[in-house]
Write a protein that binds this ligand. Structure first.
Ligand SMILES: Cc1cc2nc3c(=O)[nH]c(=O)nc-3n(C[C@H](O)[C@H](O)[C@H](O)COP(=O)(O)O)c2cc1C
Length: 163
Protein backbone atom coordinates (compact mmCIF):
# COMPACT_ATOMS: atom_id res chain seq x y z
CA UNK A 1 0.00 0.00 0.00
CA UNK A 2 1.31 3.45 -0.89
CA UNK A 3 1.65 6.18 1.72
CA UNK A 4 0.84 9.87 1.44
CA UNK A 5 2.67 11.93 4.07
CA UNK A 6 1.16 15.28 5.02
CA UNK A 7 3.58 17.48 6.96
CA UNK A 8 2.13 20.64 8.48
CA UNK A 9 2.56 23.40 11.01
CA UNK A 10 -0.21 25.64 12.26
CA UNK A 11 -0.24 28.41 14.87
CA UNK A 12 -3.91 29.41 14.84
CA UNK A 13 -5.49 26.33 13.25
CA UNK A 14 -6.04 27.36 9.64
CA UNK A 15 -3.33 25.23 8.10
CA UNK A 16 -4.28 22.33 10.34
CA UNK A 17 -7.85 22.38 8.99
CA UNK A 18 -6.55 22.50 5.42
CA UNK A 19 -4.14 19.60 6.01
CA UNK A 20 -6.83 17.55 7.74
CA UNK A 21 -9.31 18.18 4.90
CA UNK A 22 -6.74 17.05 2.35
CA UNK A 23 -5.96 13.96 4.41
CA UNK A 24 -9.61 13.04 5.00
CA UNK A 25 -10.48 13.13 1.30
CA UNK A 26 -7.29 11.36 0.30
CA UNK A 27 -8.11 8.51 2.68
CA UNK A 28 -11.78 8.41 1.73
CA UNK A 29 -11.28 8.41 -2.02
CA UNK A 30 -8.25 6.17 -2.47
CA UNK A 31 -6.62 3.08 -1.04
CA UNK A 32 -3.57 5.11 -0.11
CA UNK A 33 -2.51 5.23 3.53
CA UNK A 34 -2.46 8.81 4.84
CA UNK A 35 -0.08 9.98 7.56
CA UNK A 36 -0.58 13.45 9.02
CA UNK A 37 2.47 14.66 10.91
CA UNK A 38 3.39 17.87 12.66
CA UNK A 39 6.48 19.43 11.05
CA UNK A 40 8.10 19.38 14.47
CA UNK A 41 7.77 15.60 14.69
CA UNK A 42 8.62 14.51 11.13
CA UNK A 43 11.90 12.66 10.75
CA UNK A 44 13.91 11.25 7.81
CA UNK A 45 12.31 7.79 8.09
CA UNK A 46 8.85 9.35 7.71
CA UNK A 47 9.91 10.98 4.46
CA UNK A 48 11.81 8.03 3.03
CA UNK A 49 8.95 5.58 3.63
CA UNK A 50 6.31 7.80 1.99
CA UNK A 51 5.45 7.71 -1.71
CA UNK A 52 4.07 11.24 -2.00
CA UNK A 53 3.84 14.41 0.07
CA UNK A 54 1.70 17.39 0.97
CA UNK A 55 3.53 20.27 2.62
CA UNK A 56 1.16 22.61 4.47
CA UNK A 57 2.28 25.80 6.17
CA UNK A 58 1.18 29.28 7.15
CA UNK A 59 2.93 32.20 5.52
CA UNK A 60 4.59 34.10 8.33
CA UNK A 61 6.65 37.22 7.66
CA UNK A 62 6.65 36.52 3.94
CA UNK A 63 8.12 33.07 4.47
CA UNK A 64 7.18 29.53 5.41
CA UNK A 65 6.64 29.13 9.17
CA UNK A 66 9.81 28.71 11.21
CA UNK A 67 8.93 25.18 12.26
CA UNK A 68 8.28 24.22 8.64
CA UNK A 69 11.73 25.58 7.79
CA UNK A 70 13.11 23.58 10.70
CA UNK A 71 11.48 20.45 9.22
CA UNK A 72 13.25 21.00 5.91
CA UNK A 73 16.52 21.97 7.62
CA UNK A 74 16.54 18.81 9.73
CA UNK A 75 15.56 16.44 6.92
CA UNK A 76 16.85 17.90 3.67
CA UNK A 77 20.17 16.12 3.37
CA UNK A 78 18.96 12.84 4.87
CA UNK A 79 16.40 12.59 2.07
CA UNK A 80 18.39 14.14 -0.78
CA UNK A 81 18.76 11.82 -3.81
CA UNK A 82 16.55 9.22 -2.09
CA UNK A 83 13.10 10.55 -2.98
CA UNK A 84 13.71 11.75 -6.55
CA UNK A 85 10.63 11.94 -8.74
CA UNK A 86 8.02 11.48 -6.02
CA UNK A 87 4.89 13.65 -6.32
CA UNK A 88 3.93 16.47 -3.99
CA UNK A 89 1.47 19.30 -3.47
CA UNK A 90 1.54 22.46 -1.37
CA UNK A 91 -1.07 24.06 0.90
CA UNK A 92 -0.51 27.60 2.19
CA UNK A 93 -2.66 29.41 4.74
CA UNK A 94 -2.02 33.16 4.54
CA UNK A 95 -3.53 36.40 5.73
CA UNK A 96 -3.46 38.12 2.37
CA UNK A 97 -0.55 36.85 0.27
CA UNK A 98 1.11 33.43 0.53
CA UNK A 99 3.14 33.65 -2.67
CA UNK A 100 6.55 33.77 -1.08
CA UNK A 101 5.90 30.76 1.14
CA UNK A 102 4.73 28.86 -1.94
CA UNK A 103 7.91 29.86 -3.81
CA UNK A 104 10.10 28.70 -0.95
CA UNK A 105 8.46 25.27 -0.82
CA UNK A 106 8.76 24.95 -4.60
CA UNK A 107 12.44 25.75 -4.43
CA UNK A 108 13.14 23.24 -1.68
CA UNK A 109 11.07 20.58 -3.46
CA UNK A 110 13.00 21.22 -6.67
CA UNK A 111 16.18 20.51 -4.70
CA UNK A 112 14.66 17.24 -3.57
CA UNK A 113 13.75 16.51 -7.22
CA UNK A 114 10.09 16.13 -6.29
CA UNK A 115 7.36 16.57 -8.90
CA UNK A 116 4.56 19.10 -8.26
CA UNK A 117 1.18 17.68 -9.23
CA UNK A 118 -0.62 21.03 -9.05
CA UNK A 119 -0.11 24.73 -8.44
CA UNK A 120 0.19 25.60 -4.72
CA UNK A 121 -3.22 25.99 -3.11
CA UNK A 122 -3.23 29.27 -1.16
CA UNK A 123 -6.10 30.10 1.20
CA UNK A 124 -6.26 33.66 2.56
CA UNK A 125 -7.99 34.29 5.89
CA UNK A 126 -8.07 38.09 5.34
CA UNK A 127 -7.06 38.67 8.95
CA UNK A 128 -5.56 42.17 9.10
CA UNK A 129 -5.35 43.39 12.69
CA UNK A 130 -3.02 41.84 15.28
CA UNK A 131 -6.08 40.57 17.17
CA UNK A 132 -7.56 38.93 14.08
CA UNK A 133 -4.22 37.43 13.06
CA UNK A 134 -3.71 35.86 16.47
CA UNK A 135 -7.31 34.59 16.76
CA UNK A 136 -8.21 30.95 16.04
CA UNK A 137 -9.11 30.48 12.38
CA UNK A 138 -12.12 28.82 10.81
CA UNK A 139 -11.48 27.94 7.17
CA UNK A 140 -14.59 28.05 5.02
CA UNK A 141 -16.30 25.10 3.46
CA UNK A 142 -15.35 26.04 -0.11
CA UNK A 143 -11.65 26.31 0.69
CA UNK A 144 -11.67 23.04 2.61
CA UNK A 145 -13.38 21.35 -0.32
CA UNK A 146 -10.56 22.53 -2.58
CA UNK A 147 -8.00 21.15 -0.13
CA UNK A 148 -9.90 17.87 -0.11
CA UNK A 149 -9.96 17.73 -3.89
CA UNK A 150 -6.22 18.28 -4.04
CA UNK A 151 -5.55 15.56 -1.47
CA UNK A 152 -7.86 13.11 -3.23
CA UNK A 153 -6.33 13.86 -6.64
CA UNK A 154 -2.80 13.30 -5.39
CA UNK A 155 -3.72 10.10 -3.56
CA UNK A 156 -5.73 8.72 -6.51
CA UNK A 157 -2.90 9.50 -8.91
CA UNK A 158 -0.45 7.75 -6.63
CA UNK A 159 -2.72 4.73 -6.35
CA UNK A 160 -3.17 4.46 -10.11
CA UNK A 161 0.52 4.96 -10.80
CA UNK A 162 -0.08 8.22 -12.68
CA UNK A 163 2.25 10.17 -10.36
C1 LIG B 1 4.05 36.51 12.82
C2 LIG B 1 3.07 36.42 11.68
C3 LIG B 1 3.46 36.87 10.45
C4 LIG B 1 2.57 36.80 9.37
N1 LIG B 1 3.00 37.20 8.14
C5 LIG B 1 2.17 37.05 7.06
C6 LIG B 1 2.64 37.36 5.75
O1 LIG B 1 3.79 37.73 5.54
N2 LIG B 1 1.78 37.21 4.72
C7 LIG B 1 0.49 36.77 4.89
O2 LIG B 1 -0.24 36.66 3.90
N3 LIG B 1 0.03 36.44 6.12
C8 LIG B 1 0.84 36.57 7.21
N4 LIG B 1 0.40 36.20 8.45
C9 LIG B 1 -0.97 35.70 8.62
C10 LIG B 1 -1.04 34.19 8.70
O3 LIG B 1 -0.52 33.62 7.52
C11 LIG B 1 -2.50 33.75 8.86
O4 LIG B 1 -2.94 34.23 10.12
C12 LIG B 1 -2.71 32.24 8.76
O5 LIG B 1 -4.04 31.96 9.09
C13 LIG B 1 -1.83 31.47 9.70
O6 LIG B 1 -2.08 30.09 9.55
P1 LIG B 1 -2.44 29.17 10.82
O7 LIG B 1 -3.84 29.54 11.23
O8 LIG B 1 -2.31 27.78 10.34
O9 LIG B 1 -1.45 29.48 11.91
C14 LIG B 1 1.26 36.27 9.55
C15 LIG B 1 0.90 35.80 10.83
C16 LIG B 1 1.78 35.86 11.88
C17 LIG B 1 1.37 35.32 13.23
Amino acid sequence: MKTLLIVFHSLTGGTRQMAEAAGRSAAAESGVQVRLLLALEAEPADILTADGYIFATPENLAAIAGLMKDFFDRNYYAALERINGRPYATLICAGSDGQNAARQIARIATGWRLRPIAEPLIVCTHAQTPEAILAPKVIGHHALTRCGQLGAALASGMEMGIF
